[in-house]
Design a protein around this ligand. Sequence first.
Ligand code: AFD
Ligand code: MN
Ligand code: MN
Length: 424
Amino acid sequence: MQLEAYKIADHNQKALEAHQRKLSYWTDEIANAEPIIQKLIDFQIAIPSWALGTGGTRFGRFPGGGEPRSLEEKIADVGLLHALNQSSGAISLHIPWDIPTDGEAIKSLAASFGLRFDAMNSNTFQDQPNQEHSYKFGSLQHVDRAVRQQAIDHNIDVIKHGVALGSNSLTVWLSDGSCFPGQLNFRKAFERTQESLQEIYTALPDDWKVFVEYKAFEPNFYSMTVGDWGSSLLFATKLGPKAYTLVDLGHHLPNANIEQIVSLLLMEGKLGGFHFNDSKYGDDDLTVGSIRPYQLFLIFNELIEGMDAKGMNHATDLGWMIDASHNVKDPLEDLLQSVEAIQLAYAQALLVDRSALEEARDANDVVRAQEILQEAYRTDVRPLVAEARRRAGGALHPLALFRQLNIRQQLIGERGLKTIATGL
Ligand code: AFD
Ligand code: MN
Ligand code: MN
């Protein structure tokens, strides 16, 4: 379904007075409100095609109805999100869950919603029907050359799909590793993986990047071959200048200092992409900002500091993507919440008084340094984010409008109650 612009305009009209009251307070308080609003308008977050349906746990799956049944319907869902918030102008596809049979048609359908294609994702962590070799014991690391070749060919195929869609990056997440001590020769597994990645790297077009995503555990529980940022960085460095590390917030061991990891990867010029989500225990894939919003702010604080130090463009020089799953929420509502949480953290981090912070650091004034960060974090930037949305043509309150317009009911009407989207 298409969301007509007049519905957003009506909604904004009704909410305008209250919004302007809140906004004027903050624009008076915040000296650089205008450039922050502009940065927020420019900042786009890619929606993963696999997060538009209700996710399952290994215990069950409880679909809420109206889930997209095809790639076209997934694109329409992201189009809806983008119409509401004007900040989700990209989609990240997972192959083979979402094979575009007609690249041109899919590309123009996406363009009709103002969407472009962000990183393409390969899948060598599941066996597909009629697949010749199994990935039970890994893919790019496998002891059998034929299995490795199948996984390499798949990644090259994903690049081809991406080229047809105008994407310019590939994310490789491997479930490769071992479940028990003794199962794997770590060094040989690394070397085989490196060799396989090198073949994929060779097939990358000149203007493409490859993101090597790491994950500490699961589905392998003793070792993961790309288990941490160190091994990812090692792979990326060995591969060459088109290879980067991708940080997924849920892929660390408990209490890891992710903001420090981000800072060092940026220093090395090797941070390429980001998967946002939140977690309490493991790779929980929860709504961004639902558990540890302060950590998210601290991460953005390092992102901005590190990107500015290198003269990078916040909006375009890293791949910003959500990677989440929703067991008990409406996926579209959840994604609206996630995008907003990302924008809030970004806006708060933009508020940090960086020269004062450096002064405090140079004077070893720990208290002052903490105050400066928390001053920014405790500022209510919601009106700024809403204003950025309004100026871009989105809704002041996307979630409220989504509910008011009964969008989920309409989708159920169109698609039916018992539909299941492809994905995990
Ligand atoms: C995994 C990783 C990776 C992968 C996704 C698949 O986060 O990004 O593509 O889930 O659903 O845990
Ligand atoms: Mn991920
Ligand atoms: Mn994950």
